[in-house]
Design a protein around this ligand. Structure first.
Ligand code: FBP
Length: 253
């Protein structure tokens, strides 16, 4: 009998909680998310370093070209292994663009992979995920699944049912952490967290929120049992990311 050792998440969590800085939007959404300042990956690395994030998420290209600065920052690198542009049609597919071995060579402490549940290409992404999950776990590397309901068959991607479906998919596919979208209702999220079982749940930030809304959002998701955030735009589009990060870290930890 093979004894399965649980994957150790201590390199990308602190006391079981986490805040990751996501910066794969350049390919997922295009540079329209950026301004003069945050278009520069060095600015993002400096936020992650100063804010002592538990991980910084890059695609392979940025992880390679800015590797010395990333490693010097000591912020754990999380490499996304697949990606797509927003120019695709309504049933998206995200193909692998980096391998587990390449990510390890870049110094990755974890890998990320996106699956669009509900897309007619879902099974294709399942197959690739299964492969990377096997390879990453064989090397002791945690796997984070971005699990987003998207496709013609998905009517409401942030309904209670869809949030729980995405979370449960993370558990059943073998992810260590599943990243889902959150509709702002903690009692809906509680059910999603319960559905994820021993797979931990982190939440995407979404489009930039105004005023105190992101603070309330963070309070709600922590009260529902998520372990934290994998946030992008709300942090690096903020005029004062450091103040915001201090505030949300106080809530998370
Ligand atoms: P944000 O916090 O900026 O929403 O980033 C989270 C994220 O998961 C990114 O990693 C990813 O690029 C993006 O959202 C995808 O969002 P969408 O599915 O809405 O295009």
């Amino acid at each position: 009998m093979i004894k399965m050792k649980p994957i150790n998440l201590s390199s990308i969590t602190k006391n079981g909680k986490a805040i990751y800085l996501a910066y794969d939007q350049g390919i997922e959404h295009g540079p329209e998310d950026f301004n003069d300042k945050n278009v520069d990956p060095l600015y993002i690395i400096s936020i992650a370093k100063k804010g002592k994030f538990n991980g910084i998420v890059f695609q392979k290209g940025i992880a390679e070209k800015y590797n010395p600065e990333i490693l010097k920052s000591k912020v754990p690198l999380i490499v996304k292994l697949n990606g797509k542009t927003k120019l695709q049609g309504s049933d998206p597919i995200s193909e692998p663009i980096c391998t587990v071995d390449e990510a390890i060579k870049l110094g990755a402490k974890a890998v990320g992979f996106t699956i669009y549940i509900g897309s007619k290409h879902e099974s294709h992404m399942f197959k690739h995920f299964a492969e990377i999950e096997k390879q990453a776990h064989a090397k002791g590397l945690p796997v984070i699944l971005w699990c987003y309901p998207k496709g013609q068959s998905v009517k409401d991607d942030s309904s209670k049912e869809m949030m729980a479906y995405a979370a449960r998919t993370g558990l059943e596919l073998g992810a260590d952490i599943v990243k889902i979208k959150y509709n702002g209702n903690p009692s809906d999220l509680k059910w999603a967290v319960k559905s994820a079982g021993r797979c931990k749940v982190v939440i995407a930030g979404g489009v930039k929120k105004e005023g105190n809304d992101f603070i309330e959002y963070t309070k709600g998701l922590m009260s529902a049992g998520a372990i934290g955030l994998a946030v992008g735009r709300n942090v690096w589009q903020s005029d004062n990311p450091y103040k915001l990060v201090d505030e949300i870290k106080n809530i998370i930890f």
